[in-house]
Design a protein around this ligand. Structure first.
Ligand code: ADP
Length: 334
């Protein structure tokens, strides 16, 4: 039995005092409640979270993401400046080796995903957000190639239907969070409700302002239920978006990807950057921090996203269940 499982065992045996003390520690570290903790609480918060986790998620400490080189993890409680993050960096990776590196990370993801599926205790939710042409589709296509489709589901969120609009804003996302053993990928997500909704004034300001805290609570609930939440913001520059839109216009095989509405949306570039900055700053928490991926170079973006997923899965350390006793000696009848 591991140290963590041992602690859980103690709590489960009714040692309320220690469970209460660790919950108080979590509250002190800003881990309980709807607002992100201050930056000073970040390290202490992650530690306290690991301490309280056994009582909260049935024996498993939540896994803090392991960002690959060049990715910026938004520090909880701090305001991130997207303008200050170079979208063109390559993190020192060698482009000539890109295909090989990506293949190696995919192999790791495949093997770890099989373990996660077999273990059937926890899950991984991977969120992708980006401005139009930011590369969500391409990243998902490249990173998840070869992953067993039985253990991985991708959901793309579009304009909500009338039925969805009749529910609370998180309803349609919660319906699709990954169950035990599964990897869930959100192509756009609950963050749209503080992004496009805010930029286009689709609900009154007090309504979208309330949502940051509600989103933190939602992600806290998922984490406390055994889901590791990995959130990637694919960060491209305005010039890069121009190039990508021009390519979609110039190349007939890319016409299907082009929506004239993208040209209108581009006029709101600054408003979108402001909304992204606020969402990343207000909703980066010790249990679900935001990761900003410099995404002008697609080959680099694919490698670091894949490596972060592989490293995070490895840190989760999923285990094959124990085999039933006596299998080795069994014989199959002719
Ligand atoms: P994508 O750009 O993701 O490939 P689409 O071109 O179909 O797919 O765009 C989906 C659209 O749905 C986007 O314009 C996005 O802003 C919009 N959308 C997603 N979620 C919401 C939401 N909660 N409220 C309003 N619009 C949304």
């Amino acid at each position: 039995m591991t140290k963590k499982q041992g602690k859980h065992h103690d709590a489960a045996n009714g040692q309320k005092d220690s469970a209460k003390a660790s919950q108080d520690a979590a509250r002190g570290a800003g881990l309980v409640g709807g607002h992100p903790p201050s930056s000073a609480e970040w390290a202490r918060g992650a530690e306290a979270l690991a301490e309280t986790a056994p009582a909260l998620i049935g024996g498993y400490a939540p896994t803090v993401p392991r960002p690959a080189p060049g990715i910026v993890m938004v520090e909880p409680g701090k305001t991130v400046s997207l303008a200050a993050i170079d979208a063109s960096t390559d993190g020192g990776f060698d482009k000539d080796a890109a295909k090989e590196l990506l293949r190696a990370e995919r192999t790791r993801i495949k093997a770890l995903q099989e373990r996660l599926y077999a273990e059937h205790k926890r899950s991984l939710l991977i969120v992708f957000q980006a401005i139009d042409t930011g590369g969500k589709d391409g990243t998902i296509r490249n990173v998840f190639e070869g992953v067993n489709p039985q253990g991985c589901r991708v959901w793309s969120f579009k304009v909500p239907s009338a039925e969805e609009l009749d529910q609370d804003f998180l309803w349609r996302y919660h319906l699709r969070t990954p169950g035990r053993g599964m990897i869930g990928v959100f192509n756009r997500s609950h963050y749209e409700d503080v992004l496009v909704v805010r930029v286009k004034d689709l609900v009154p300001e007090p309504v979208w302002r309330e949502r940051y805290g509600l989103i933190n609570g939602f992600e806290r609930l998922l984490t406390a239920s055994g889901t590791t939440v990995l959130k990637f913001f694919l960060h491209i520059s305005k010039d890069e978006q121009k190039k990508r839109l021009e390519a979609r216009i110039a190349e007939t095989e890319k016409h299907w990807k082009f929506d004239p509405a993208d040209l209108v949306e581009r006029k709101s570039w600054d408003a979108y950057q402001g909304a992204f900055q606020d969402a990343l700053s207000r909703c980066s928490t010790p249990y679900a921090p935001w990761l900003v991926v410099p995404a002008n170079r697609k080959w680099y973006r694919n490698i670091v996203v894949a490596r972060t997923i592989a490293d995070t899965l490895q840190a989760m350390d999923p285990q094959f269940p124990e085999a039933r006793a006596g299998i080795s000696g069994l014989r199959v009848d002719d």
